[in-house]
Design a protein around this ligand. Structure first.
Ligand code: SAH
Ligand code: SF4
Ligand code: F3S
Length: 444
């Protein structure tokens, strides 16, 4: 590689989960701290960070085609860093196959991006896919700017090893960030403008720590502590795992007013045989019973989940059990995916891989059921009054977009400001959003 001029502008493109979005924001902050500016919309950046996701099909191919697209007419490219989970899984191969890439940095090492950048400017290519537990967070700059909603990573990594999933390999073992650091970062985010914080983790409810008095607490305890931060009005968390749910977490939903009535709890399948083959540590019934405990303390809680159709060996009858579970729960919204064999995972080499057409058909049927329930949930909200956090301007003059407590998108018009929490009456419902009427510019 040749020496290049230090970059003046950057662009970070994040794919995948919200933790990647958080990581992308933190990388952007580090670059900004070095005096590098975000590239204006539509203009080429001197430095491009591709913050990649490896969870499903064709992740690596997508990275190579993105790299190809960055090539200029004269054959040169901007400085390119590949970050995220594909970097972790296939870093060496990327370096070998894509000479335009000068930096490969894994999700646990991105605090070293500025040093790598110095080396790249000097003409040296560098790969860093170390997994030093937690060191990253200490090395990141303080948060300075955010909109009304912000992410806060509290936990990383996964020890669950579901047989289809790459995350334990790309993100490493479960680790929890220390309590004091999180309380501090929450204060900084609120000072920077956040009114809602979503706590993030691959298994966010596996978070464990010690509070100020040295007592061992879980995520429910952390949420209770964060609820005391003045100016922070709403707390959410994602994604949780059924096996890590405890009474402290469930009761928080009944006791902490700032904790929003929404639970994203992936189940993946309604068939116990499939769940076992997936190495999920729950059954359909234990999952349903867990949801009942949440509903008992918070009857209006909105439920969400993740599903995989076409796991190796899944029969028609087993798929029907998934549809049955969906009917029993009545989800407010969900994510559903076709099974995608991931290199290096146990399920990729299992017998009984399912034909694409069968998967397509099952996904379509599942999504029809989930869409039906989502619309029903939204329609049932008509006539309700609720507090909405104003998050963005809408498409039309005077229009605003915000979220209900149940994570529904709501649009409305009125004299309000970004970050206000206003009282609306929900008057119309579609599958993906609702219309509201402004009742008061303050919450009821
Ligand atoms: N840690 C979270 C989810 C991480 S990945 C959890 O366990 O809940 C997000 C979702 O992607 C998973 O819940 C699963 O539904 C889906 N997913 C993961 N690996 C997949 C694969 N190989 N094929 C299809 N979907 C997958
Ligand atoms: Fe993947 Fe399972 Fe871990 Fe979720 S719990 S990240 S699905 S291995
Ligand atoms: Fe994707 Fe990595 Fe998140 S694989 S879903 S970016 S943890």
């Amino acid at each position: 590689m040749q020496e290049t001029a230090p970059p003046r502008t950057y662009r970070v493109k994040s794919f995948g989960c919200q933790m990647n979005v958080y990581d992308g924001e933190r990388m952007a902050e580090m670059l900004a701290q070095r005096g590098i500016a975000p590239a204006p919309e539509g203009e080429e950046a001197d430095l491009v960070v591709l913050n990649t996701c490896h969870i499903r099909e064709k992740a690596a191919e997508k990275v190579y085609s993105d790299i190809g697209r960055l090539r200029r007419e004269d054959g040169s490219s901007p400085l390119i860093a590949v970050a995220g989970c594909v970097a972790q899984a296939e870093g060496e191969e990327i370096m070998a196959r894509a000479p335009a890439v000068s930096m490969v940095v894994g999700p646990q090492a991105y605090h070293r991006l500025p040093d790598m950048l110095d080396r790249a400017v000097a003409g040296e290519r560098a790969t860093d896919t170390d997994m030093p537990p937690i060191a990253k967070f200490d090395a990141l700059p303080a948060r300075r700017r955010t909109g009304p909603t912000a992410f806060l990573t509290v936990q990383e990594g996964c020890d669950k090893f579901c047989t289809y999933c790459v995350v334990p390999y790309t993100r490493g073992a479960e680790i929890s960030r220390p309590y004091a650091d999180l309380v501090e970062e929450a204060h900084r985010l609120v000072e920077a403008g956040a009114r809602e914080i979503t706590l993030l983790g691959q298994n966010v409810n596996a978070w464990r720590g010690e509070d100020g008095a040295g007592r061992g607490i879980g995520l429910g305890g952390l949420i209770r502590a964060l609820a005391k931060v003045d100016g922070l009005e709403r707390i959410r968390y994602t994604t949780s795992h059924p096996a890590d749910m405890d009474e402290e977490m469930i009761s928080a939903h009944g006791e902490v007013a700032k904790l929003m009535p929404f639970l994203h709890l992936p189940v993946q399948s309604g068939s116990d045989r499939v769940l076992k083959a997936m190495n999920r540590s729950h059954t359909a019934d234990s999952y349903l019973r867990l949801l009942e405990r949440f509903r008992a303390v918070r009857p209006d809680i909105a439920l969400s989940g993740d599903f995989i159709v076409g796991f190796p060996g899944e029969t028609d009858a087993e798929f029907e059990e998934t549809l049955k579970l969906v009917d029993e729960v009545g989800y407010a919204q969900c994510f559903s995916f076709k099974y995608s064999p991931r290199p290096g995972t146990p399920a990729a080499t299992m017998d009984g891989q399912i034909a694409k057409e069968v998967m397509d058909d099952r996904l379509q049927r599942l999504q029809a059921a989930l869409n039906r329930d989502q619309l029903a949930f939204n329609r049932a909200s008509i006539g309700k009054r609720c507090a909405v956090l104003v998050e963005r301007k809408g498409k039309y003059p005077g229009q605003w977009l915000g979220k209900s407590p149940w994570l529904q998108s709501v649009h409305f018009t009125g004299e309000v400001q970004l970050g206000d929490i206003v009282t609306l009456e929900l008057v119309e419902a579609g599958p993906n959003s609702l219309a509201g009427q402004l009742l008061a510019a303050v919450p009821a």
